[in-house]
Write a protein that binds this ligand. Structure first.
Ligand code: CA
Ligand code: CA
Length: 495
């Protein structure tokens, strides 16, 4: 939800100043570029990364072969059980904590835009390495993508403990330009994790792309396998991060199915109302905790109902619209996992529904340092489109306090015509956006602009709301019909 995330009903004194910031730098109205391709058939969508941070195209050069790597020979990393100490040992000694390792096909260490070191990969893989100086778009760390290992059959990467690990393969196709010129499968610990990886088909030429998965490792060594289908498999960099000690498959850890009786309020054990009107972005609604603005419908849904009515809120200001905003702040928070909601969004100019998450440290760290993950935002006058975005602190100063990489989907029909599932898979160093189970975007720490800080390695809580008006959504007009409703079938968190 952007700048409004930092405001609270208590922040009246700050409101004028922040609004001026919001007004001057109201970003999304002018900056978000959607490249949604329409495909016939229900719910067929595609998403691409917002283009505003693309770097200019560079000069292509021929890949140069470097020395052949070795595999199987003794190394300091050795085999299972001989891995060196974790990079970030848990100070409490309970486990590997935030252990992570990053390797790239570069023969020397690389430091990415986030200031993180990538070590040479030669001792972990067979195959050959190569380098190019072609420009790679969609990342601020092109050096990772300018080195590649190709023709390898395996990577063998020691890990410090039994558990579930996140694996992020950094990929960019700098050799070919057509789909089906390079296709491969990736396995981990003997199981196929990605089939028919075709980087050109997925991302285009000279553009950062990611294959991300989790895998349970019980023998002290992550074994990645690469199966060539067309030409040779390749990889530019690999990030491996400890996620949890458990090796069982992901399971549901928190949910609200909204199975209350008709007109029941939201469950107070899970949710709190955030009421008042002093939100950012010049919004027009007063949030209330009245049943008129939020209730369960008795058929398994939460309804956030937005009304056109004169209403004087707790701040003594009379507004023309009412709505509801609920959050799990101080009631439920989590770190990493998959979270999703099945939603039917409202329609009409001026409506701005959202399902999102904020860092629990917001009151201490402020926004955007707390981090914000927007799973679903849509604007009522763009009824087929929805976006996923993250916000964190940048070094742009007051003018540009946050970074905001964003992806969008454009559905074949209005999103308000039915329920759709909007989800995020959140792992150490990566956030991926899903629509009806299909990934349409991925953001990683190393791809963020220089000066950005990844602030997504701590607890977050969930928020659901429908805003009215504001600089991004614009005001309702004569075509907007009220009441409007966001229907929520469920909210679920898996870990
Ligand atoms: Ca293994
Ligand atoms: Ca339900």
């Amino acid at each position: 939800m952007g700048l409004r995330g930092r405001l609270s009903t208590e922040a009246l004194a700050l409101r004028a100043g922040l609004r001026s910031v919001a007004h001057r730098y109201r970003r999304r109205a002018v900056l978000v570029v959607v490249i949604g391709l329409l495909v016939q058939g229900a719910s067929q969508t595609t998403g691409q990364r917002d283009t505003r941070r693309r770097q200019p195209a560079g000069v292509e050069t021929t890949m140069q072969e470097a020395g052949r790597g070795s595999i199987g020979q003794p190394s300091t990393w050795g085999g299972p059980g001989q891995g060196r100490a974790p990079a970030s040992p848990d100070p409490a000694g309970r486990g590997p904590g935030s252990w992570v390792t990053r390797i790239s096909a570069s023969p020397v260490a690389i430091v990415d835009a986030a200031g993180r070191q990538w070590s040479p990969d030669a001792e972990y893989a067979d195959g050959r390495s190569a380098v190019t100086d072609v420009h790679v778009e969609g990342t601020s760390s092109p050096a990772i993508y300018q080195h590649e290992r190709w023709g390898m059959s395996a990577y063998r990467i020691p890990v410090p403990a039994t558990g579930t690990y996140a694996v992020d393969l950094y990929l960019a196709e700098t050799t070919f330009s057509q789909p089906r010129q390079r296709v491969f499968d990736v396995s981990a610990e003997g199981g196929v994790k990605a089939s028919d990886v075709d980087i050109i088909k997925a991302a285009g030429r000279n553009r950062a792309y990611h294959v991300i998965f989790t895998v349970a490792v019980t023998d002290g060594r992550l074994d990645l396998g690469f199966i060539n289908k067309v030409y040779y498999a390749k990889v530019n960099g690999i990030e491996v991060a400890f996620v949890r000690s458990s090796t069982v498959a992901r399971k549901l850890v928190w949910a609200d199915e909204f199975n209350g009786s008709p007109n029941a309020r939201v469950d107070r054990r899970r949710w709190s109302h955030e009421i008042g009107g002093a939100w950012g972005e010049g919004e027009l609604q007063a949030y209330t905790n009245r049943v008129a603005n939020s209730y369960q419908d008795g058929r398994g849904h939460l309804v956030i109902a937005t009304q056109a009515e004169r209403y004087t809120g707790a701040d003594s200001i009379t507004r023309d619209y009412t709505s509801a905003r609920i959050s799990t702040k101080n009631k439920y928070s989590f770190q990493y996992g998959v979270f999703e909601a099945r939603l039917r969004t409202p329609v009409g100019k001026g409506l701005w529904p959202a399902f999102w998450a904020l860092g629990t440290d917001i009151d201490r760290s402020g926004w955007p340092k707390c981090g914000e993950i927007d799973v679903m935002e849509s604007l009522g006058h763009e009824p087929r489109k929805a976006s996923g975005t993250i916000h964190g602190p940048s070094s742009g100063g007051e003018a540009h306090p946050d970074y905001e990489p964003s992806y969008s989907i454009v559905n074949t029909s209005a999103l308000s015509q039915g329920f759709h599932t909007y989800g995020v898979r959140w792992l150490p160093g990566s956030i991926e956006f899903y629509f009806d189970g299909r990934r349409y975007g991925a953001i990683t720490a190393s791809d963020l602009p220089g000066g950005s800080r990844w602030v997504f390695d701590h607890q977050f809580y969930l928020v659901l709301n429908v805003a009215v008006g504001g600089q991004w959504a614009g005001s309702p007009d004569a075509t907007t019909r009220f009441p409007q409703a966001l229907h929520v079938d469920y909210v679920r968190v898996y870990q």
